[in-house]
Design a protein around this ligand. Structure first.
Ligand SMILES: Cc1cc2nc3c(=O)[nH]c(=O)nc-3n(C[C@H](O)[C@H](O)[C@H](O)COP(=O)(O)OP(=O)(O)OC[C@H]3O[C@@H](n4cnc5c(N)ncnc54)[C@H](O)[C@@H]3O)c2cc1C
Length: 471
């Protein structure tokens, strides 16, 4: 009988898992442990001199299942706003509405882009199909044709995931680019314009910042009797014949040992394996070396004006600009607070071994401002700036990642009373709603009497493979 379960990681996957466990099994002792002092993982928000910031642009996409949306709406009440998307993308030196709309594609882009795209649409059926193990380059050229691939997706992919398209696995294309052909992109854009179909031109966003979803989830966990240990890193997991011992360490050196009957882990699989005892065999350690997470620097600017632009986000796919996206959080929630100032967040994807990762906040802000000038956007009255770093922002799918991950996964599957899940745990480039669904599914496959139903969990895992990321 399982009486005590630990959840490692208080991001959306871990929190929704803990919440569902407690709602289903009120007698189960559930402890969530996270290294951060706030709940929510990458979806958290924070306040800075009256401005609310997220860790990069975050929105809840209507692509989430109807049941999940209803549950989040129920949790959030009137706090959850439905907002129109209002973004722009910097393509070929000009700004175009994003998500792409057919009219913009045809009228606002240079003729070489529009005509090339039109030709790729007509010639699509005659292009060679890419096989399942093909590279990102081959999958995209086969589905979308050369124009949009070369001008938009290839530079963007290299910027986000740090590898050229010929060294990226084709799975990255299938997971990220929901519209596999030009025809589907146009159809999707048309649906967005007319509001028909599942894809609409709106998104959901909590009035107090994206992080409110996880804050409310954490409150619910505590109200159900769950415990959340914050600011404590997992230092060791000792797997024993009966039960397992977790040691967590806080910044002040205080460490705590807790004995558990079952562990759900949502922390990066590479970090998890470092603290497992007994240590995984050498072949697993070698495979872990082939799994790389792309990091991200977030540069935040406080501006001496009520609004910078009317747009929520600007996307910069080109490699000539250092950041991939600039967002203005006040425009996500339509907030007028504070009345005199606004904030901007710039996302800079990088490797944690890159020089920029170790630069000072001031140096990074200076680079960001110089790059902003190159885009033609107005110069900005900056009052202050600061930087935050995300070490595990995106799983980067190298050509060898699948074989390496499968080896690690098979090893972890054989540990009794233990399961790994979430974006970091399954090395899955997923949206927030996907990872919440993973957490809920894990709780659904679990019972205190019999533990995790491995067969049911593996069917759910097969469903997760079909997830497509929405931008
Ligand atoms: C820049 C950016 C923008 C995004 N925008 C969107 C968006 O608009 N819409 C959307 O749906 N999704 C978006 N996402 C994706 C979304 O952030 C993730 O899907 C979601 O955060 C994954 O949740 P998770 O719980 O699986 O992982 P995480 O949120 O990463 O949570 C994992 C938790 O584990 C903790 N942890 C890690 N290591 C340890 C350790 N050793 N000890 C203790 N704790 C540890 C971390 O502190 C963290 O809290 C975006 C992601 C990024 C990077």
């Amino acid at each position: 009988m399982i009486r005590k379960a630990a959840v490692l990681g208080a991001g959306p996957a871990g929190l929704w898992l803990a919440k569902t466990l407690l709602e289903t099994y009120p007698d189960l002792h559930v402890t969530v442990i996270d290294r951060n002092i706030t709940s929510g993982g990458m979806t958290a928000s924070f306040s800075y001199r009256g401005l609310v910031f997220d860790f990069g642009s975050h929105r809840l996409h209507p692509a989430a299942s109807h049941e999940l949306l209803k549950e989040i709406q129920h949790l959030m009440g009137s706090e959850l706003l439905e907002r129109p998307r209002n973004g722009r993308i910097f393509l070929d030196g000009r700004f175009v509405k994003f998500p792409l709309k057919p009219v913009d594609l045809m009228l606002n882009l240079p003729p070489s882009f529009s005509l090339g795209t039109a030709w790729d649409l007509i010639s699509g059926p005659f292009r060679k199909k890419a096989c399942d193990s093909a590279t990102f380059r081959k999958v995209l050229i086969s589905g979308l044709g050369p124009t949009i691939s070369e001008k938009f997706y290839f530079p963007y992919a290299e910027k986000l995931w740090g590898l050229p398209p010929e060294l990226l696995h084709g799975v990255q294309a299938r997971k990220r680019i929901s519209s596999g052909s030009i025809g589907k992109i146009l159809l999707k854009a048309l649906k967005a314009v007319t509001g028909s179909g599942q894809l609409s031109n709106t998104f959901y966003y909590p009035a107090g910042g994206f992080g409110r979803i996880c804050e409310k989830t954490a409150d619910r966990i505590e109200s159900l009797g769950g415990r959340i240990i914050k600011g404590s890193i997992i230092a060791a997991i000792d797997i024993r014949d009966r039960g397992m011992m977790i040691t967590s360490e806080a910044d002040d050196g205080h460490s705590e040992e807790i004995e558990e009957d079952f562990i759900f882990s949502t922390i990066p699989v590479t970090e998890l394996c470092k603290v497992l005892s007994p240590r995984p065999p050498e072949r697993i350690i070698k495979s872990l070396g082939e799994l790389s997470y792309r990091s991200m620097i977030l540069c935040f600017l406080e501006l001496d004006i009520p609004h910078y632009t009317e747009y929520d986000a600007h996307y910069f796919p080109g490699k000539d600009i250092i950041f991939s996206r600039m967002s203005e959080p006040k425009n996500y929630s339509n907030s007028s607070k504070p009345p005199d100032r606004t904030g901007l967040c710039f996302e800079i994807p990088c490797w944690s071994t890159d020089t920029i990762w170790g630069m000072s906040d001031e140096e990074i802000a200076e680079i960001v401002i110089k790059n902003l000038e190159l885009t033609g956007l107005p110069t900005i009255p900056v009052i202050s700036s600061f930087v935050k770093r995300i070490s595990h922002a995106y799983p980067s799918y190298s050509l060898g990642y699948r074989i390496a991950f499968d080896k690690v996964d098979d090893y972890l599957k054989n540990i009794g009373n233990f399961v790994t899940l979430g974006r970091q745990g399954l090395f899955a480039h997923d949206n927030t709603h996907h990872t919440i669904e993973m957490g809920v599914a894990a709780a659904d496959c679990f019972s205190p009497e019999t533990g995790l139903d491995r067969n049911k969990w593996s069917s759910r895992r097969a469903e997760f493979e079909k997830h497509v990321v929405v931008d």
